[in-house]
Design a protein around this ligand. Sequence first.
Ligand code: WTA
Length: 785
Amino acid sequence: MGSNPRVVGWYYNNFCLPGLGLGGATYKAPVLVSTNQVKQQKHSSSSFATPFSSFSLSFSGAGGGAGFRRAVVVMASSGLKTSNYLRHVESLKSFPSGAGNIPQLNAVILGEALASEETDRVYPSEDFTRQALVPSPEKYLEMYKRSIEDPAGFWADIASQFYWKQKWDQEVCSENLDIRKGNIKIEWFKGGITNICYNCVDRNIEAGLGDKIAIYWEGNELGVDGTLTYSQLLHQVCQLANYLKDIGVKKGDAVIIYLPMLMELPIAMLACARIGAVHSIVFAGFSAESLSQRIMDCKPKAVITCNAVMRGPKVIQLKDIVDAALADCAKNGISVDVCLTYDNQSAMTRENTKWQEGRDIWWQDVIPKYPTTCEIEWVDAEDPLFLLYTSGSTGKPKGVLHTTGGYMVYTATTFKYAFDYKPSDVYWCTADCGWITGHSYVTYGPLLNGAAVVVFEGAPNYPDSGRCWDIVDKYKVTIFYTAPTLVRSLMREGDQYVTRYSRKSLRVLGSVGEPINPSAWRLLALLFSPLMQEWFYNVVGDARCPISDTWWQTETGGFMITPLPGAWPQKPGSATFPFFGVQPVIVDEKGVELEGECSGYLCVKSSWPGAFRTLYGDHERYETTYFKPFAGYYFTGDGCRRDKDGYHWLTGRVDDVINVSGHRIGTAEVESALVSHPQCAEAAVVGIEHEVKGQGIYAFVTLVDGVPYSKELRKSLILTVRKQIGAFAAPDKIHWAPGLPKTRSGKIMRRILRKIASRQLDELGDTSTLADPGIVDQLIALADS
Ligand code: WTA
């Protein structure tokens, strides 16, 4: 079987991206294909009779050898209900800590090779598509086309679904993104009067959601939890807002928030927004030095913190850090009058908390005394909502400033479509509110949609590595949004932590922050989608969880390039196509827009509502960093490849590009290749100076638990890269790494790796924000092994 030309699936022909040439774009509808066509499409594929008489398996691709295997499963006829699907599944046999073996498949595919990733497509299931908000490429194209041709109409229609005290002026959007024509300016809904807190909370209550859970809070310790309905949330927000007003915080004043993932964190954000204050959250993993730098920059009226927090088994004394930061600020002539401190009793007692009378106030002593209603401070759409400091190429952090109206409309809309949000969903984003992901997709985006949100205080590996799936089962999480790094680190611990839980509730997965290599993508799909295995074993059901690989930035406010699950087939590792209203362009070094299949610098043409409006106090740096490199465009700082089908593949920051003998190699590409090696758990690649090649490739490699370092393995890793990318991309050095230096949010600190790689050990800089600072010494010790 399998060789008969019958219809078994569908794929897109000439799927040309609208943003890459609207008007002239060719777009052909999905076509049904036969197994024969599939086989022609897939290089060197072949078909087998399988232990399941109802399948034909078509193997694809060249290269490979050892490594994990993949088969394209074409479900064909034989009375199967789901005969029109084309699915990809993988064997996890040789993969570290995978979801468990699928023995029958392993047996069949042994000896087969890896496919070229670009030709790989994973299709949404029919069931998913049927219920999706955007169920087809046609629907997407129709909406996308309108968002580009008539952005004002498109966004005004969406904005009208929110509450505006007063409608915006005539012009929905006014912008200048071309530095040659004057100062950069972006304005959306100017003159519109609204309030994002009102839209997140009061509006939902008025719509009848008062008793719906807004926040499920899960504490660090098992069994410590809490909930807030929308009405309860409103009360708490109002009490804090009243207090802030009482101590003199006014519209436009800054408030620094330095809190862990307690419910009080989103409450504090919303309270600031309610009174028109500008919150600036500093991730509660930053050192006192970083905190004081931010306090000195924005000169807040108050700092909101807590005495301490438990992160797994560790106590972190946040108040001590704040004290040190405030002392440092005072030395520099900046004083903060109020330090509102939440008494986090599970982590520390009041008696042990250092206290400065007059300045420090216990949250629990004052906030409950305030009224549970609070007048809204109505603000202009272009009034600032928050500042969020992010790192740039220089040492000074950039205060990314977002305003109210456009950000509100954009985060709500991106959340809704990228996760295919339905009112019955329970949504969990593992990000901390200290990062943009937590702003847009823990607090604002979901609450604007009236969603139920899980907020988790603890660490994903505490009390053991099954904690995330425990939480998923406990709250019946349906949408799970996380970073690839978290998945990879948990997978190292073994599948028993995963398979112990059902995870059945999940229906959409999201990933953010770094290019997710195809192997991690598939592992995510398998691990999180028990139904996928069930389907395999029982020949029912589907891969029910599409993955939204969302590409965006602190600066963009919301998703820019992202799958809309249900709308089109995905290619694992690709962020796919632009969100509504976003026009990504890829330019060469000279700023010339490239057409069709290409690789270059990722820019964005025209503004979108969620765009940041300036860098706080430094509009010039804003213009220089983002709008001068390629006049006429917003420059993202990322490299991007667009394949022949118009899919976007983020290749990493362009500052992480290595130029080896004139070949540009994305560190992410090399990492992806290394990680596909069955014994490699994680890899980070940096460039080092090389006498002959200009730059050489230096790879830090973390092995799967229990695998010993060896010369043979080093060779085999290099061989894997040579095979997957080419000889020019072979790492010059493999540095064994028991772990990688990561921030607590999971970002690898490449700055430190570069210094270790180039043996500039006296220039390692601040390592205090690392999740495990001890890793640096271990890496140094292993440098010449
Ligand atoms: C990277 C996080 C590949 C990218 C929301 C970007 C990604 C930077 C993805 C922004 C993705 C984010 N695929 N790379 N899906 N998402 N990035 O400001 O390099 O912390 O420029 O915002 O993360 O990081 P930021």
